[in-house]
Design a protein around this ligand. Structure first.
Ligand code: PLP
Length: 427
């Protein structure tokens, strides 16, 4: 009998190793990936191939805004795919028109162009700016240091971080960087060729830094005075992550003159499709017809399938009162990070951000991290993996929390409990 009952094979280990091997052999190694192979998810949790459960406080970098395997998204995908997945932008379809109207209603008078990613949405804004300034020979776009705008050639030229540019010179011309939240520097940097200023409402990759109300209002006035387009990248901080649909609506909430504020162009992606790849940009009314027929396009932009998913996400956010819930849970999370900073000042320096775009700023010189030359944020994120929590590093010292908007209060407290355990072990 003994011989005919073989020992159970180590399937899980084989899955991990064989999938890792597929990547090593076949996938371009452009990402520094964590040693985790994920297989499925449910709500705010994802599971790896060994069955280990992780609380997902990163949402795939601010993308999975309804968590994983949300039945509403599944239903939208299934129902729409039975009708029409794609027809191209040679024709009109109802979901694209309806989604555009929903976005315009939430932002302000203007029109929307649909595309497939954040970088592509920003590309549209660069083209809008060039078209706007073309007849006067103006083309230059000012962007902020520490900004992030995507990985295309123009995206890395726009991004205010040297690490994304290195090795890909010559840079696309027409981009210069100005220090963020410094209005005087913006005015000083203008040249006769300047046509637009592009900023994130909350810098995400740069370390969770919100624009100040004074900066937003000041840039608006400066752009009006100098006939520049004020462009905003809402790819990461948009879609209710701050507690309002767009970050500037939150930052300027209750600020005198704030309710009149609008940028001239605004890019979106990430949470817009909740994991279905899509992007979009909105253009304010006086400029909304600048990109006339034949000047811009993309094959997959605004397919009925993508738009049906995005419409469903907006519906669920409203129906399930996720703006209210995420604002409350976000405020609680931030107060808990502040408590950690008070209790363990040798590990946590400060809490950053607002709503569900939060940062844990780590202290300098945490002794337990001294033995490795890997950035503290990376080492912290790795320890959180062991504890069963997914987060996203930003720069060397900041750990981002970008939870799904439907994160439950008890899941938030589970997350804080596990984060505190890791912090305590480092103190
Ligand atoms: C992620 C991101 C982008 C790029 O989006 P992709 O979909 O990766 O092209 C652009 N801007 C900001 C602020 C982002 O966070």
């Amino acid at each position: 009998m003994k011989e005919i009952i073989p020992a159970p094979p180590a399937i899980v280990r084989n899955d991990y190793e064989s999938i890792r091997e597929l990547f090593t052999k076949n996938v371009v190694p452009s990402y520094g990936r964590f040693e985790i192979v994920l297989s499925h998810g449910a709500g705010s949790y994802v599971f790896d191939v060994a069955g280990k459960r992780y609380l997902d406080l990163g949402s795939g970098i601010a993308v999975s805004c309804l968590g994983h395997a949300h039945p509403g998204i599944t239903e939208a995908l299934v129902e729409q795919s039975k009708k029409l997945i794609h027809v191209s932008n040679l024709y009109f379809t109802e979901p694209q028109g309806r989604l555009a109207a929903e976005l315009v209603q939430r932002i302000g008078p203007g029109k929307v162009f649909f595309c497939n990613s954040g970088a592509e949405a920003n590309e549209g804004l660069y083209k809008l700016a060039r078209k706007y300034g073309h007849d006067e020979g103006r083309f230059e776009i000012l962007t902020a240091t520490n900004s992030f705008h995507g990985r295309t050639l123009a995206g890395i030229a726009a991004t205010g971080q040297d690490k994304v540019k290195k090795g890909f010179e010559p840079a696309v011309p027409g981009f210069r960087h100005i220090p963020f939240n410094d209005l005087a520097a913006a005015r000083l940097a203008l040249s006769p060729a300047t046509v637009a200023i592009l900023i994130e409402g909350v810098q995400g990759e740069g370390g969770v830094t919100p624009a100040t109300p004074e900066y937003l209002l000041g840039l608006r006035a400066l752009c009006d005075e100098k006939k520049l387009l004020l462009l905003m990248d809402g790819v990461q901080c948009g879609h209710y992550r701050t507690g309002k649909f767009q970050s500037f609506q939150k930052i300027l909430d209750g600020v005198p003159g704030g309710s009149q504020f609008l940028p001239d162009g605004l890019s979106m992606a990430k949470s817009l499709g909740g994991g279905f790849p899509m992007g979009a940009f909105w253009v304010r009314t006086p400029y909304a017809d600048l990109l006339s027929a034949g000047t811009h396009g993309t094959t997959y932009g605004g397919t009925p399938l993508a738009c049906a998913v995005a419409l469903k996400i907006l519906e669920v956010i409203t129906q399930e009162k996720l703006v209210e819930q995420s604002s409350q849970v976000g405020a609680w999370l931030k107060s808990e990070i502040e408590r950690l900073a008070r209790t363990y000042p040798t590990v946590v320096k400060s809490a950053r951000g607002l709503g569900f775009i939060l940062g844990i700023e780590l202290a300098e010189n945490i002794p337990a991290f001294a033995t490795s030359d890997r950035p503290p944020a990376l080492q912290f994120v790795n320890r959180l993996h062991t504890a069963g929590v997914l987060t996203v590093p930003a720069g060397t010292h900041i750990v981002r929390l970008l939870p799904p908007l439907n994160l439950k209060p008890q899941e938030a407290s589970e997350g804080i409990h596990k984060i505190e355990e890791v912090v305590k072990s480092l103190a």
